[in-house]
Design a protein around this ligand. Structure first.
Ligand code: SAM
Length: 443
């Protein structure tokens, strides 16, 4: 039984006929869709991987398609390798808006982008795929536990041009006029998730709508100063009511001086996806007289002081990356972004950044698990060993595997050519370098 106030707000937001459609489809099975990681494979190869399960393309996202049935993602090595992300189709429209922003700028290079409410990482992985390695994504999640999940999903995606932070939106005041694009996928009353998540329906109340509306306005106000004049914001929610959507876009226009460029709603039953709202906003060019950050476009990598073994580690990476060492851990960043990452890291509460490459042990080093999953890894840096599905699942369960006829030392294991992780081959046995946190538990 739906709360009557929910129905009233729904009718007010979308009109009588669409409200009826939404209500009639609330008990339908939610649609399932996947988006490929283009730095690891292309969409046709992913379709082939899913075979008869692959359905129609998502109309607004060329790298995504629907699945006709739910496969076991956990036991799919390509999922574990970060080759694709399972993401609700409507919410991929944020990517379509981001594409428009980059097209209007004529480039996706050299940009600074913030994903403010980012866990578990749907929009973040999408943005990482749309930005090139010369642009930096700062991805933030205020709830620490969720930020850890975000960092894990980012590591699997494999981009080095990223900083994961965990702080309240108000803490970004330290980064004034920093970003060219800010995505605010706001915490909301979740009405669009009713058919996916019964808990969302149980927790709904008119008071929750009021509370969410206020919180969203605070978030918008807190972050507005971090958007550079002329920069863009994408505001989105997965709820239907006008208060959290159009009314908040109007709030941004009236109180913050934003220009509202586009609004779009997705409705279950009418569109092929769950309920979703997003708005594209632009900050007035004359909004602030503050100069832009000084080093834009002129960033030079700070020459990292590396120990001898760390400099050998550089040979593991493709060109264009710089290393930095903290304690024993060596990380890699796109060279052009090193200065920006350093500056942002000094102003924000950072959970992780760049790609973890190796841990130094005396004069040797141990490769980090994240390196295996990153396109920053030079393809010939380690001997590779292709596994069968059964062997790949054994590896992902952290069960012992033996590699005969393979060289001793570190080996990169692959499945369908996709790197899964490292082992150290000792001949009669191997030591797994797969972190316990990535071990899959299903049979
Ligand atoms: N963008 C994510 C994605 O695509 O996977 C989904 C984000 S979800 C809609 C909203 C996020 O906002 C949640 O992860 C939640 O923890 C976070 N959040 C909750 N309260 C917040 C606050 N006061 N300020 C900023 N973010 C908040």
């Amino acid at each position: 039984m739906l709360p009557s106030e929910f129905e009233r707000l729904l009718r007010e937001a979308v009109g009588e006929s669409d409200a009826r459609t939404v209500i009639d489809h609330l008990d339908d099975e939610p649609m399932l869709s996947v988006r490929v990681n283009p730095s690891k494979m292309d969409v046709s190869a992913l379709r082939e991987h899913f075979g008869h399960l692959a359905g129609d393309a998502v109309e607004w996202e060329p790298d995504a398609f629907y699945l006709k049935e739910r496969p076991s993602f956990t036991t799919d090595p390509l999922f574990q390798a970060g080759a694709y992300y399972v993401q609700e189709a409507s919410s991929m429209y944020v990517g379509a808006l981001a594409r428009k922003v980059f097209a209007s700028k004529g480039t996706s290079e050299g940009l600074r982008v913030l994903d403010l409410c980012a866990a578990p990482g749907g929009k973040t992985t999408h943005l990482l795929s749309l930005l090139d390695g010369r642009s930096l994504l700062v991805t933030n999640e205020v709830i620490r536990q969720r930020a850890t999940i975000l960092a894990e999903n980012v590591a699997k995606w494999g981009s080095a041009a990223v900083v994961v932070t965990s702080q309240d939106p108000s803490a970004f005041a330290a980064l004034e006029s920093e970003f060219d694009l800010i995505v605010i996928d706001a915490p909301c009353s979740g009405e669009g998730m009713f058919r996916k998540d019964e808990e969302a329906l149980r927790q709904w109340s008119p008071d929750k709508v009021t509370l969410c509306t206020r919180r969203q306005r605070r978030i918008l106000s807190d972050i507005w100063g971090s958007l550079r004049p002329g920069g863009y914001a994408i505001y989105s929610t997965c709820t239907f009511n006008r208060l959290e959507n159009e009314e908040n876009a109007r709030f941004a226009a009236e109180s913050l001086g934003a220009e509202l460029l586009e609004e779009r709603r997705f409705l279950p039953g009418r569109d092929l996806g769950e309920g979703f709202y997003c708005a594209l906003l632009r900050k007035n060019e004359n909004d602030s007289s503050r100069p832009q950050r000084a080093e834009r476009g002129r960033e030079k990598a700070a020459a990292a002081e590396l120990s001898k073994s760390a400099s050998q580690i550089g040979a593991l990476l493709r060109d264009g990356y710089s290393l930095s060492v903290r304690g024993d851990l060596v990380k890699a960043f796109p060279t052009e972004l090193s200065a920006a990452i350093k500056r942002i890291s000094s102003q924000a509460h950072v959970i992780s950044s760049g790609v973890a490459v190796a841990t130094i042990k005396g004069s040797a080093f141990i490769p980090e698990a994240d390196l295996a999953l990153s396109p920053a890894l030079r393809p010939d840096a380690f001997p590779r060993c292709e596994l069968t599905l059964e062997e790949a699942l054994k590896y992902l369960r952290r069960e012992p595997i033996i590699l005969q006829d393979e060289p001793m030392g570190y080996i990169l294991l692959t499945y369908k050519g996709m790197p899964l992780g490292f082992v150290k081959n000792l001949g009669r046995r191997t030591n797994s370098l797969l972190p316990l946190s990535r071990r899959i538990l299903t049979m």
